[in-house]
Design a protein around this ligand. Structure first.
Ligand code: NIG
Ligand code: FE
Length: 410
């Protein structure tokens, strides 16, 4: 039963309420047995029975729950740097998509790769994420858009989850866009998703959630209702991409279908904010996508004031957010979404865990939670997110095992 001592500042994020309550403890200690936390609190209050145990030394650092990235598109083929430059020259995201670029171009590149190559690429991204202090990653399919390739992407996630180091929460996003071969028969593609892809995914137990990109050029609210209803009948709760490029009642739709989260929300309306609060849907904000698309940020303050839990995730994907640097996304959430560093941290731990159905299990450090935590070379949370560095994380521990860096005594 090891303990971590000499923690300068511990953020337990143990409280389920209040976006800015991160359960700060100065001069703290943390004890775990096997892969679960046993005790967390002020070192001075450590029960004597734990003093016998081997001690790891945090060196006075900040210790946070392992970060939870609640929205990524982790497995895909190719990149789209040319589109990045095109958008800077003035071409729009939807204009590029209408010309066969965008998601469709990543679908072509993804279908061209086999499962082993997709696994190798996603595994490389994942180990770098772990080095940043990330321990749980929600990962969406959505660049296959046919039965076989969607299953392949989700099998990659299952293999990654088994192999580690991080925990993976898989989501089926077969309803990302209508693929080219179905362009003349979009109803036929929705039928394929509902009648074949989702049942096959559920039969193999390959996903925990179903997601739909609700937008002009992607799927309508009615199509999303059908897909979410089928998902629900198969045991998959909804997570939705909504109100990203245009506001069209997406948040209200997320509330209506009892989605666990509504993601993006740059264009959410006041009524949408109220609907999210009422239905207790987590708002997942994605500051990297907002930045790369040069949009006005989502109204995080209004969401928090309305009582909505606001998560912050990377949206890692080759188009709108080609980075998995979640700590950078947190700094952006502070600077652009006007969230305090404490609010941003809660959004990438406890509330991110809520957005992936794992609240209380990961994303917080209280007895019974997973012993997933990161050592950060900063005196406190404010300093960490203020002084942006390539990587301030010195060690990442998952299930009580050091998976990145070193901890003296471990
Ligand atoms: O979350 N909005 C839809 N999907 C992704 C973008 C995917 C892409 O451009 O490849 C997103 O921003
Ligand atoms: Fe996304």
């Amino acid at each position: 039963m090891p303990r971590l001592e000499n923690i300068g500042c511990l953020a337990t994020c143990a409280s389920p309420s209040q976006q800015d309550d991160i359960g700060l403890v100065r001069d703290a200690a943390l004890v775990w047995r096997d892969d679960l936390v046993r005790w967390a609190g002020p070192a001075a209050a450590l029960p004597p029975e734990y003093l016998e145990e081997p001690a790891w030394d945090a060196g006075g650092r900040l210790v946070i729950p392992g970060l939870v990235d609640a929205h990524t598109h982790l497995a895909f083929g190719g990149w789209r740097a040319g589109e990045f430059a095109d958008r800077i020259r003035g071409r729009g995201y939807l204009e590029i998509a209408a010309d066969g670029g965008g998601i469709a171009s990543t679908v072509r590149a993804t279908r061209a790769l086999d499962e082993a190559t997709l696994l190798q690429r996603a595994g490389r991204f994942l180990s770098e994420m772990v080095s940043l202090g990330i321990t749980t990653v929600e990962a969406k399919s959505g660049y296959g858009l046919d039965l076989e390739t969607e299953l392949t992407l989700l099998r990659v996630y299952r293999r990654l989850d088994k192999r580690g180091p991080a925990r993976i929460v898989p989501t089926c996003l077969a309803a990302h866009v209508v693929p080219r071969e179905w362009a003349a028969d979009r109803a036929g593609y929705v039928d394929l998703v509902v009648d074949e892809i989702l049942p096959a995914v559920a039969a193999e137990g390959l996903a925990d959630f179903v997601d739909v990109f609700v937008e002009d050029g992607a799927f309508s609210a009615d199509e999303a209702r059908r897909i979410c209803a089928r998902g629900r009948a198969l045991g998959l709760r909804a997570k939705l991409h909504v109100d990203q490029l245009s506001g069209g009642g997406g948040a209200e739709l997320a509330a209506e279908v009892e989605a666990v989260s509504a993601d993006h929300l740059e264009c959410v309306s006041e009524a949408g904010i109220a609907a999210l609060a009422e239905a207790r849907v987590v708002a997942v904000t994605l500051p990297l996508a907002t930045l790369y698309l040069d949009q006005a940020p989502p109204p995080a303050r209004a969401l928090i004031d309305a009582g909505v839990a606001v998560a912050v995730a990377s949206d890692f994907n080759p188009g709108t957010a080609p980075s998995y640097h979640l700590p950078f996304a947190l700094t952006l959430a502070c600077a652009r979404q006007r969230m305090t560093p404490a609010e941003a941290l809660k959004g990438a731990t406890r509330y991110a865990a809520r957005a992936v159905g794992l609240e209380g299990t990961v994303g917080s450090l209280q007895p019974g939670a997973a012993a997933d935590f990161a050592l950060i070379d900063a005196p406190d949370v404010e300093h960490w997110l203020y002084h942006l560095r390539p990587n301030a994380c010195t060690a990442t521990v998952i299930g009580g095992t050091v998976r990145y860096g070193t901890v003296p005594g471990a």
